[in-house]
Ligand binder design. Structure first.
Ligand SMILES: [Zn+2]
Length: 326
């Protein structure tokens, strides 16, 4: 297992391990594609490792089985949900299984991915489970963003932020996938140090409909052409795509606000960040960011994808204009 960047998160995990008080419930947060799953596996190894010295040793039987995803006591509930989405029934039966002692050892690690995609009902079901933790269960959660997660859940987990890596680590990671330095530099300008998104883009750029839609929607916002924005989002067919596109837009607005106020360098989504920053006031960008974040949190509650995508366009343009009118 190779881990690139993530120095701050690794340092935090290292401190927990050294203090002898490793939290029972950890939440790893960071953008989609940033490597939360890899870090979750690594953290699961820290819980399971039975090797000598520093943990995870990466060599013992527990570490190896965890890395290969064949450890019976490291479980990924999202993978057993119907259609790969959380639903209350499947979640309850998963949880019921966790009241039974682990198969092989003293510990079971439950890796709940995409906590921010869970409905409020599911989060409340989960809450009852983590409120009264059993001695043998440990929990690792991942989420792109904390906002859709209930405060009551957040208050019971220790959050660790996973950062994008710097350009050097980014290039090193990509070279392992046969991508040369100059291409890596181009990708870094586009995606910042987000290795997962860059690799996905390289592998199937044309299939990343949500990325293209988000970028076109962003250009339409910068040009103040609402119809172009509607056209861009009309290509989105699933909630997951809308969710991912809103995630990118949120990110661009956050970067643009930082850039505009002189606190950021626009290293991610560079062209778009600069375009939004020059087209709008800081107040307008902040409103757009708040609005995108609100819509992002609603992505999974809205039944009609097409209508919701159109509503997102309207809401973002309204947010931008209302700030400009002030
Ligand atoms: Zn080990």
């Amino acid at each position: 297992m190779e881990i690139y960047g993530k120095k701050r998160a690794l340092a935090a995990l290292g401190r927990f391990a050294q203090s002898g008080r490793f939290p029972h419930a950890l939440l790893l947060t960071g953008d989609s594609g940033i490597g939360k799953r890899v870090l979750a596996d690594y953290t699961a190894m820290m819980y399971m490792c039975t090797g000598e010295g520093r943990k995870p040793c990466m060599r013992c039987n527990e570490c190896r089985r965890t890395e290969q995803h064949i450890h019976p006591d490291v479980v990924y509930p999202l993978s057993v949900m119907e259609k790969g989405k959380y639903n209350a029934d499947d979640l309850r039966s998963f949880i019921a299984g966790c009241y039974i002692k682990p198969n092989d050892g003293d510990i079971r690690v439950c890796v709940f991915e995409a906590l921010d995609s869970m409905s409020v009902i599911c989060q409340n079901t989960l809450l009852k489970f983590i409120e009264e933790p059993l001695d043998f269960n440990r929990y690792i959660f991942t989420a792109d963003r904390k906002e859709p997660v209930l405060q009551t859940v957040l208050s019971r987990v220790t959050a660790v932020t996973v950062d994008a890596c710097d350009e050097k680590d980014f290039a090193a990671a990509l070279s392992g996938h046969g991508i040369d330095r100059s291409r890596a530099a181009e990708l870094f300008a586009r995606f910042g140090g987000n290795i997962g998104t860059a690799l996905k883009f390289e592998e199937n750029g044309d299939d990343m409909q949500y990325y293209h839609a988000a970028v076109k929607a962003c250009d339409a916002l910068a040009d103040k052409k609402e119809l172009d924005c509607l056209l861009a989002v009309s290509s989105l067919k699933t909630r997951e795509e809308v969710f991912a596109a809103l995630g990118i837009l949120t990110d661009i607005f956050a970067q643009a606000a930082a850039y505009k106020s002189g606190k950021g360098t626009a290293e991610k989504y560079m062209d778009r960040t600069k375009r939004i920053a020059s087209a709008y006031s800081l107040a307008a960008i902040t409103r757009m960011y708040d609005e995108a974040l609100r819509l992002y949190g609603m992505s999974f509650t809205n039944p009609n994808v097409k209508l919701f995508a159109a509503e997102c366009c309207g809401a973002l343009f309204d947010a931008a204009e209302s700030a400009n009118r002030r």
